[in-house]
Design a protein around this ligand. Structure first.
Ligand SMILES: NCC(=O)N[C@@H](Cc1c[nH]cn1)C(=O)O
Ligand SMILES: [Zn+2]
Ligand SMILES: [Zn+2]
Length: 481
């Protein structure tokens, strides 16, 4: 539908003018290796929180708070390990204006140059020719978090009031299950977040590389570990091979029975919980702008399990998946270490969808793994447990927040966005919706080929800068409705 465009030219021109400063801000953020999943790097995650506080102070935020979440719950190696703080800040408290809570995360996934990065993962590389910014966290999620700061800076530089009150909520454990944030949101719902009218999260991606999207659904993520131990220490495989029960041999046999190589989950009872596909929902996939080629381009291989768009989208968005991630304690370095690991911990996760019940899923998983291990009649010991979980979220995108975002997107990109669901997870989304009793909008900045979590993660400069315009434009369209 046609809509009356707001005069955002001064704001957009200022964002363009400030581009060098915005790129520098992102480079300084990427340089902090805020890897929440690595206990040794936890102090750097806290450094990133303090970086944000400093930027927020310089931008004129008020009521800045670092909310302590205490120590990390088990399973964790160091029981005294502190959870990174939640960074809260406000810009404006004008009762005549609506209030938008913007959420993002300042932690990132691990990254090592030797994983295959072309550049140092924590030194942002600006490919001037291609106009691409490479580095861990550029698209997930430091680009979008800096995007919100950039929007404020552009308004400050123009002497232009923000059209809404802004409440910032930035966390440092999103990549590790958002541990501790649920409780804080419940605690602050009637306090710091009392005035919030809507929540905007920028922490996902376009489906492809050319068309902006707005997102109204996420899969959940239940993350498990299977620990198998036996020997008192790692052993020489020449001396003990063939005469001692090997934990790694048990583990690979158990994990092989979780999922087949066509993506079918082998745990009985999981598929039966999934909501049936209706004709109405099936029709939704027809008009989405995506292709098998785009999947293969983003994956860097033609190894897709499906040869058509609809099946790809359904299996990314509305069907569960089980992925095997790795084995802690196993040898993985260069060379040929001939050791029998005494304890190995297999890591896998299940992406959940409506109507999978998380507690029932845990029971199905744990009892199945115990049964499969029991059938090995192994002398080793097993422990299987959930590490963390996050609920799936599916919303109704026909509300004023999505309408404002659609107008802003069309204003900046001259095309109406597709409305999509996302295969990834943002554990805290449903909690925002339930505790603040408001709607949540996912307004992505980056592209589907950005390589989030992968090597050579990137953010195109055009997505970064036009993404700032889109975030700013959203605030204006939402504030004027
Ligand atoms: N940008 C969202 C994202 O990457 N989310 C993570 C969340 C998560 C859950 N458990 C571990 N990480 C994802 O993998 O979807
Ligand atoms: Zn991520
Ligand atoms: Zn993210």
């Amino acid at each position: 539908m046609a809509f009356e465009k707001l005069d955002l030219d001064p704001l957009f021109a200022k964002i363009e003018e400030l581009k060098p400063q915005f790129i520098d801000r992102l480079a300084r953020a990427v340089a902090i290796p805020s890897v929440s999943g690595d206990e040794l790097l936890r102090p750097r995650v806290v450094d990133m929180a303090h970086f944000l506080v400093s930027e927020l102070e310089n931008l004129g935020a008020h009521d800045i708070q670092l909310k302590d979440l205490g120590t990390q719950p088990p399973p964790v190696a160091d029981a005294s390990l502190q959870l990174p703080p939640i960074v809260l800040a406000r810009f404006g408290a004008d009762k005549s204006k609506k209030t938008v809570l913007v959420y993002g995360h300042y932690d990132v996934q691990p990254a090592l140059k030797e994983d295959g990065w072309a550049t140092e993962p924590f030194t942002m590389h600006h490919d001037e020719a291609a106009q691409i910014l490479y580095g861990r966290g550029t698209t997930d999620d430091k680009g979008p978090v800096m995007g919100w700061l950039n929007v404020v800076e552009a308004h400050n530089a123009l002497g232009l009031e923000l059209p809404v009150n802004l409440v910032c909520c930035f966390e440092g454990m999103e990549e590790s299950g958002s541990l501790g944030l649920d409780g804080l949101i419940a605690q602050e719902a009637q306090q710091y977040f009392l005035s919030v009218d809507t929540v905007c999260i920028s922490d996902n991606y376009w489906l492809g590389t050319t068309k902006p999207v707005l997102t109204y659904g996420l899969r959940g993520c239940n993350y498990y570990q299977i620990a198998i131990k036996g020997p008192g220490a790692d052993l020489h495989s020449g001396i003990f091979g063939g005469v001692i029960a090997e934990p790694m041999v048990d583990l690979v046999q158990v994990m092989a029975k979780l999922v087949d190589n066509k993506g079918k989950i082998l745990i009985p009872g999981v598929d039966e919980m999934v909501a049936p596909l209706t004709e109405k929902e099936d029709a939704l996939y027809d008009d989405i702008d995506f292709s098998v080629d785009e999947l293969h381009a983003a994956a860097g291989s033609e190894t897709g399990l499906y040869n058509n768009k609809k099946d790809i989208l359904k299996h990314r968005w509305r069907y569960p998946s089980l992925s095997i991630h790795g084995v802690e304690g196993a040898f993985y370095g260069p060379g040929a270490k001939t050791v029998i690991p005494s304890r190995v911990v297999g890591k896998f996760s299940i992406r959940t969808v409506p109507d999978i019940d998380s507690a029932k899923l845990d029971k199905l998983v744990i009892e199945y793994v115990q049964k499969v291990f029991g059938e090995l009649s192994s002398q080793n010991q097993l422990n299987v447990e959930l590490i963390h979980d996050g609920a799936y979220w599916v919303s109704d995108p026909f509300n004023e927040s999505f309408t404002a975002a659609s107008k802003a997107t069309e204003h900046v990109w001259n095309i109406k966005p597709d409305f999509t669901r996302e295969g990834g997870s943002i554990p805290i989304t449903l909690t925002f919706e339930q505790e603040l009793k408001t709607q949540v909008l996912l307004l992505p900045m980056g592209r589907g080929d950005d390589g989030a979590h992968s090597i050579n993660e990137k953010l195109n400069v055009s997505n970064y800068i036009n993404g700032c315009k889109t975030l700013g434009g959203y605030l204006h369209y939402y504030g004027r409705q």
